[in-house]
Design a protein around this ligand. Structure first.
Ligand code: APR
Length: 265
């Protein structure tokens, strides 16, 4: 990826200058440097297999055993289990330690923001988590580990032990509703924060992408940090083109002397 443009970084730092309540929205792009592919980037999961996105709906999952068996195989082989938080995740956790993070809203299911040290009251996983399993029949919920072990031992589509219903990772698929309380927290973050920073997301998927126009309508500065263009690049205050793991440590670093601009030369 190209080196970060110092002028864009300085402009973004100026926007964050003095911001006491920063809302951060992340997408799959913040985890690619941890070895987890994104969806719509050049090597994204949907980019490589467009049909997979069409199959990734709750209706297909409920009605088609082969879709469920493929989903469990993908879960079993997922890069997420070996992934570690990268410098981008740690930079957001550092912002929280500085007392400047209002809320971290993530579309990611990998749990890496929590693994980087963010507490639950700072994190909203609006598309759920791969670290838990829920039964679509009785609603029973538990850790992913034991169910993955059943798949590893040869059950291709393990049913709920309590009611025999269909089990699924506690992620939100296309066609499923987001958790109203999570969505309310995300909206409140866009409304209450001084600045919104959108990182590693193509801003294609609603309702969460709606945080950006909501912040803009309220006159809040918005910074985008992304490897590729997004539909909102022309509307926001600053766009920093680059890798989240390179940019965020520079963007969220505390000011050395409490106010002067970081020197980039
Ligand atoms: N640094 C910054 N940006 C990056 C990096 C990186 N290291 N790696 C990839 N990107 C960018 C890509 O260029 C892309 O624009 O991150 C963006 C990721 O976009 P998507 O792959 O569309 O992922 P996301 O926006 O999180 O998707 C939203 O779609 O399929 C659903 O539920 C899924 O939560 C997901 C939702």
């Amino acid at each position: 990826m190209d080196p970060v443009d110092p002028a864009a970084l300085a402009a973004a730092r100026a926007v964050l200058d003095g911001a006491r309540r920063v809302a951060v929205l992340t997408g799959a792009g913040i985890s690619t440097d941890s070895g987890i592919p994104d969806f719509r980037g050049p090597n994204g999961i949907w980019t490589r297999d467009p049909a997979a996105e069409k199959r990734s709906t709750i209706d297909h999952y409920l009605s088609d055993t082969t879709v469920r068996e493929a989903a469990w195989r993908i879960r079993l082989e997922s890069e997420m289990w070996a992934a570690e938080p990268n410098a981008g995740h740690h930079a957001v956790a550092d912002l929280a330690r500085q007392g400047r993070l209002h809320t971290l809203v993530t579309q990611n299911i990998d749990g890496l923001h929590s693994a980087a040290g963010l507490s639950a009251d700072h994190v909203v996983e609006v598309h759920g988590t791969v670290h838990a399993v829920e039964c679509l029949g009785c609603g029973d919920r538990g850790p992913m580990g034991p169910v993955l072990e059943r798949v590893r031992q040869g059950e291709p589509d393990p049913p709920c032990a309590a009611c025999g219903g269909i089990l699924k990772s506690a992620t939100i698929m296309f066609g499923q509703a987001l958790v109203p309380a999570d969505l309310a927290r995300a909206e409140r973050a866009a409304i209450e924060a001084d600045v919104l920073v959108a990182v590693g997301t193509s801003l294609n998927v609603y309702p969460v992408a709606g945080m950006v126009p909501l912040a803009l309508e309220l006159g809040r500065p918005v910074v985008i940090v992304n490897a590729e263009p997004t539909p909102f690049d022309d509307a926001v205050t600053v766009v920093v083109r680059g890798s989240a793991s390179d940019v965020l440590p520079l963007l969220f670093a505390p000011r050395s002397d409490g106010g002067s601009e970081m020197s980039t030369n």
